[in-house]
Design a protein around this ligand. Structure first.
Ligand SMILES: [Zn+2]
Length: 215
């Protein structure tokens, strides 16, 4: 079945809400359309109740073409500007990922070196330093991590994933919260032991050879 791009954004919103990756109108989803415009979720509409007619549209330079776009659009524009391969950007507020950033502000990366599939699928997952949500500073905080990282935790705020499709970006966010839950459980059981260095090197090499797409 062929689904329209705007319906696909609505489906993504419902999926994020159903998986508890955001609450109410939190988070935002955008898609770069074939004509170069960016379709983005509107401000203040619950993600579980999105309709295609709610969508807003931006020009690549950020000009609002139609609708009331999300206040966090500057973050999306920063990703599209820095990542030519980006077709979709998803931002949500996954609870365990946020909790990691609150409890461990000392960490530069999520300590996921115990999990080979995370290394293969996403590489390292950085904590982007805090910037006030909805400001240009949020885009500035993100840029040093782009285009290398497709999965990022935004300190004290949420998470962001981008991909070459909406499916890739939504899957990435789901995976991120799942990994954060596994690591939290491991900590409660005594701590996650990392893989040996030589195995980590081999896994990182395999990821570079396999491409950067989130698996
Ligand atoms: Zn947010």
């Amino acid at each position: 079945m062929c689904i329209s791009p705007l319906s696909a954004i609505c489906d993504a919103g419902r999926r994020l809400h159903a998986r508890n990756l955001l609450a109410a109108a939190d988070g935002n989803v955008s898609l770069r359309l074939d004509d170069g415009r960016i379709a983005i979720t509107p401000s203040g509409v619950a993600k579980a109740r999105l309709e295609p007619a709610d969508m807003a549209f931006l020009a690549p330079d950020g000009t609002v073409l139609e609708g009331r776009p999300s206040t966090e659009r500057l973050m999306h524009l920063a990703v599209y500007g820095a990542c030519p391969e980006a077709k979709a950007v998803v931002h949500a507020h996954p609870p365990t990922a946020i909790a990691w950033s609150l409890a461990r502000p000392d960490l530069a990366f999520l300590p996921s070196d115990a999990l080979p599939e995370v290394i293969l699928a996403a590489g390292r997952i950085p904590f982007v330093p805090y910037a006030r949500p909805g400001t240009a500073a949020m885009g500035d905080a993100l840029r040093p991590f782009l285009p290398e990282h497709r999965l990022l935790i935004l300190a004290r705020h949420g998470a962001l994933a981008w991909g070459e499709s909406l499916e890739e970006a939504v899957n990435g966010l789901e995976r991120l919260e799942h990994v954060c839950q596994i690591l939290k459980a491991a900590l409660e059981l005594g701590g996650a032991r990392p893989l040996p260095d030589e195995e980590l090197d081999a896994l990182r090499q395999a990821r570079l050879q396999g491409g950067r797409r989130l698996l």
